[in-house]
Design a protein. Sequence first.
Length: 369
Amino acid sequence: MDCFTRVLKKSDLILTKADAAQAKRALATKGKTCLVVVDEGGVFQCVLTKGDLKRHNVASGSIEQVYNRSPKHIVSASEEEILTQARNIFETYSSINKIPVLDAERRPISFVFTRRNNTMRNNTIDRNYDTWNDTYEWVADGDEWSVAWGSQKAQWYGALYPRIAPWLPAESVLEIAPGHGRWTEFLIPLSSKKYRGVDLLPNCADFCKRRFSEAKHASFFTNNGLTLPMIEDRSCDFVFSFDSLVHVELDVLKSYVHEVLRVLKDDGIAFIHHSNAGEYLDLYDENIPGWRAPTVTASLVKKFIEQEGGYVWLQEKINWIVDECVDCLTLFGREECYEPYFVDNELFMLEAMLTKTRINKYWSAARKF
Ligand SMILES: C[S@@+](CC[C@H](N)C(=O)[O-])C[C@H]1O[C@@H](n2cnc3c(N)ncnc32)[C@H](O)[C@@H]1O
């Protein structure tokens, strides 16, 4: 049985003295099935589920009248022990699929959960091929995905370039999954000797060949969605992928981590945007907003990088569409980082909103009619 853990957020907690209306509002968030009840010292008391509120049909008054007073919980131990205890509980009690984990002071720290109805269809390479080749219409060649930032240019200069500017320009740049070239437009002039783009779809590679035909140092290839045989070992200074690999599952990321570390020069750097939705499967059981890959988490990607002998320089988990950090930006290389950094940035979409309402105004002013 697959078990996952997720760090608890403030919004997962409710105070014993809260009333039912407050609990109802907290549980109204899409996908939220239960709250962990704590006293004013933050000590675990019990669990309150949507079902508890429904069964007792209470609209107001203290939540004490409804909650489960002897809920299953696990007192923190090693990761392995937590998962073993959780599996035993899930196998014994078929109605339980989520258990709070407490620290030694009985303060809730995380959830361990399982997916019983595994109805979620994974984002296989074939599904990606069909989606981007047949279903998706590319109405503005990808710029339509930049609306939250106001425009593609505002997103590049407001959100992407500030994060990767330390490594650009670079002699040799590789972009994985450029699509119709939304970021390629910026990356080609920042590649002083060579730009290469590799996409699963012949349609996308052909589109980019036409769009960037004047850039003599740029070339585009199609691959099998897993490997990069056309790129020689240790030939890239900068590897980039944004808004593509969020849709691919763990097997694909594992393969790309291996390939990226193979093609990076010793002092090269990769900036890869991928899913972290695996951390939130309890919230988004069947339908993860933005078609994020459910099997991927930031920590699994970090583990693959380290297993392949690479080093994570920075991991920034970011929110996307929803409040939770269902995505991640991972910066990694073959060399060790002087000061690695790990952060949960739940303000990424707020950054987008500020970019749209401030920085994008300059791009609008500069537009020629
Ligand atoms: C949502 S589009 C984004 C394109 C571009 N990065 C952008 O932001 O405009 C996803 C792209 O990823 C490509 N893709 C999907 N799975 C892939 C894989 N396993 N390997 C390479 N490309 C892939 C698709 O063909 C498509 O071009």
